[in-house]
Design a protein around this ligand. Structure first.
Ligand SMILES: [Zn+2]
Length: 71
């Protein structure tokens, strides 16, 4: 029995029941690598729905393959 299953929203950080959480899967290119991000968000909160579209786990990552390749 998977009763009381909860997830943490990546946008607001709240723990929500399974039926209030949706997952947005989007490909994210980091340099030459394409990663798939699974972003969990509250499907009943407009702020989280909008936030999921902009959210990225790799936002802070700066790829400078050019510099690293030279050695
Ligand atoms: Zn949320």
């Amino acid at each position: 029995m998977e009763r009381g299953l909860t997830w943490t929203c990546h946008i607001c950080g709240d723990t929500r029941p399974d039926d209030k959480i949706s997952v947005l899967t989007k490909p994210n290119s980091v340099g030459l690598i394409t990663l798939e991000e699974n972003i969990r968000y509250c499907n009943d909160r407009q702020r989280c729905i909008d936030g999921a579209k902009d959210f990225s786990f790799y936002k802070e990552v700066t790829v400078d393959a050019d510099t690293k390749g030279k050695q």
